[in-house]
Write a protein that binds this ligand. Structure first.
Ligand code: ATP
Length: 202
């Protein structure tokens, strides 16, 4: 499977934020989207995820015998918000996402242990600290398999140990043939990743 973006333009509020963006990523590859505040990193990720229409160009998946496979149906999108219900427990939130996304992988407790949150599944999500909430959102990537991870500032709110755990999870995902596109201001510990620098294309 390959993720291909061709000649993408992004608009916000009728203004062009970027244009002429293209990339092609094969299995096991990661792309770090960097650039100053407002350069369009989140806009690009939202377009790739299918949450915003591109003003021009297109994004598609190629390979696996089904070139019509949708990016949206093959990705986990981790945005700035964690997409969890505060009154449901951590386990209930993860179980919802596992059922919604399908292709179950780790059970909820295993996923929580992978992000260093074993034993807190019974707590309402709303009780968690900022970093614990982000780690729960990262655990969501593990309860269902999706080959493409679209991560917007995934380290936001994480301590050093959690950054290290996330780096390990991302490496394992790539080693298993997954693809990652991550918007970031910080190195993510993915030495082989390519970089797409935003900010000079609008
Ligand atoms: N809903 C919106 N309506 C109008 N303009 C918007 C909207 N969302 C974002 N923008 C504008 O689009 C531009 C790109 O924003 P975007 O969030 O993609 O940048 P970014 O590179 O991710 O920034 P940061 O590093 O601060 O997260 C900014 O100028 C922003 O003000």
């Amino acid at each position: 499977m390959r993720l291909i973006a061709e000649n993408l333009s992004g608009e916000r509020g009728g203004e062009t934020v970027f244009s002429g963006i293209g990339f092609a990523l094969g299995e096991g590859q990661a792309l770090l989207v960097t650039g100053p505040n407002g350069s369009g990193k989140s806009t690009l990720l939202r377009i790739v995820a299918g949450l915003l229409p591109a003003a021009a160009g297109r994004v598609h998946l190629q390979g696996e015998g089904d070139d019509s496979a949708s990016v949206a149906g093959n990705c986990h999108y981790l945005g700035h918000h964690n997409a969890m219900k505060p009154t449901l427990s951590v386990t209930e939130n993860l179980a919802f996402w596992r059922d919604f996304c399908g292709d179950a992988r780790l059970d909820t407790e295993e996923a929580l242990e992978a992000v260093g949150l074993g034993g807190i599944g019974h707590l309402p999500f709303g009780y968690l600290s900022t970093g614990q909430r982000r780690r729960t959102a990262i655990a969501r990537l593990l309860v269902s398999y999706r080959p493409l991870w679209l991560l917007d500032e995934p380290t936001s709110g994480l301590d050093k140990a959690s950054e290290g755990r996330l780096a390990g999870l991302m490496k394992a995902h790539c080693q298993a043939g997954g693809i990652i596109v991550a918007a970031t201001h910080l190195p993510l510990g993915l030495e082989q990743a390519e970089e797409l620098r935003m900010g000079g294309n609008a």
